[in-house]
Design a protein around this ligand. Sequence first.
Ligand code: ACM
Ligand code: ZN
Length: 617
Amino acid sequence: MKSAIATALLYCCLHLGASAQKNTGSHADIIPLPKSIRATGSDYTLSPNTKIYYEAGLRPQAELLAEVLSPATGFDLQVLPYKSEQTSGIVLTLDKTFAPDKEGYRMSVSSAGIRISAGASAGVFYGTQTLLQLLPVEIYSKTRQRNVNWKVKGADIQDTPQYAFRGMMLDVARYFFSKEYVLHFIDMMAMYKLNTLHLHLTDDAGWRLEIKKYPKLTSIGAWRGTGAERTGGYYTQEDIKEMVAYAAKHNVDIIPEIELPAHALASIAAYPYLCCTGEQYEVQTQHSISKEIYCAGKESTFDFLADVFKETFALFPSKYIHIGGDEANYERWKACPSCQKRKNELGLKEEKQLQVYFNQRVQEMVGKYGKTIVGWDEIIEDGLKQKVAGMIWNDPKKALKAVENGHYAIMTLTSHSYYDVAESVTPGEIKAATWLKPISLEKAYTLDPMLPGLDIKYRPQILGASAALWSDQFIHGTVLQELAPINENRSEKYFDYLTLPRMASLAEVTWTPKAQQSWTGFEQRMRRHYNRYDRAGYGYRVPEPGVSDTTRQNGSYRITLSNPVAGSEIRYTTDGSRPNVYSALYTGPVSVDKPENFSAITVVNRSQYSLPLLLNR
Ligand code: ACM
Ligand code: ZN
């Protein structure tokens, strides 16, 4: 490790930047940071008599706002149609001058009232999310909070996102997330103005989507293991309708992923004719990538997929369909008479081209429904007839290839956005995928969807970014780790801890203009976001204390810490032992002989605290 002292000095300098940020006013904790924000000094206070007015078409947004304000305030706010020149209360209006921008909004808060205007309901919804962040953090509570002054800080805000695609992927195939968790996940995304939920619905270890024409996909493909180890589940078509409607209300588009030709063993276990050998296999119970993939030679494979897409598109209105396309092992295709016949008839040289053919066939099928294909970066090959969106995960060069060939790119980089990877290697860190280097919050914040080397002329083809929450490390009977600070072992909440706070950084790097992004400013604004998570009941990784200064004085080191979570304590030790919630309370700079003997934790409460800050180790 680099000298901790050097690191500490760096922190010290960065922190000066942070305090400068603080002076930008009392609104500085909005995430993602709006494009422009001006404090007016004229605050509005919500009362039981506040009325919410909506212009035609915005009633759902008005009702949703009344609904989210209700639990914490206890107010049952009236929702009424807007009459022209209404100035009091909360007014939601449409403004044609925003066209074609659907997600931007303008908001003004003064003692007289709050006005949110936008070109479409999406922008109005984002205005209401900003409004929540201008209110005291208690607004996120699910129960009534008494003695809170529901003051909305006076501001004029103009805002619009930088990227159209701001997404999260949830791997519901390897670990079956309940419908309730998916809805909760949408809530977390909506808080940060993320607009796309990519559901990885099918894989070797599970098929999660009810397809009426192929009932075995879920009676067989949705379950794995035997006896007490049997686990699984699936979404009925009614569940999907509910999820899609809930998402739409929160301006979230759900993109279904039907993986092909690989990562498909669950469906092959249900219908063995789909693979080259036709043999019976079991749904995978261990994490590895099956070499049994869909046969590219038999027409019955394409008939099956056409049927599956037909039912899928009746459920998901998204203009996108994700077809996977990653990590296909061609061993079976090489040995399969049908696949080889197809390859020879088409004059193809290698199996990789057979996958391009496969993708073209799928493109024809889904094109009839007006859908655009999204796929992992392996699908970016020559020969695709229509435009696709490459989800760049493994090979950043594929981003360039995509845009040079007229396609689109979405960054889901293993280096920045695989949230199933832990934030650190500190002992006691949450159990997570280990095949990649840790992705700290700070690292996640350095994501720039315009990758180095991409010419600015390609900017319109860079749709945005998405982070992936894979769950393959939990295939084995969901062995989630015992972690005292988390205390949520074996529950879905565990995934909140992998997601937050990194999802907040994703929001900012896809929404906020690059020139306004600042790690120290973000870190500073995050302090109150942890409080919001607490109020909302969201799990999150508690950050370690920051080192704002380390100076050498007469042979000892004077360490000054910064507290990363508003309202929390820092506890520390100086004897090399691991601090706990009863260790000495940090109240000011501490002197130690050796930095390696010093350690500190952030304590939110007795059961919620950070991993130790370790210096020089
Ligand atoms: C992937 O991680 N295989 C897309
Ligand atoms: Zn075959």
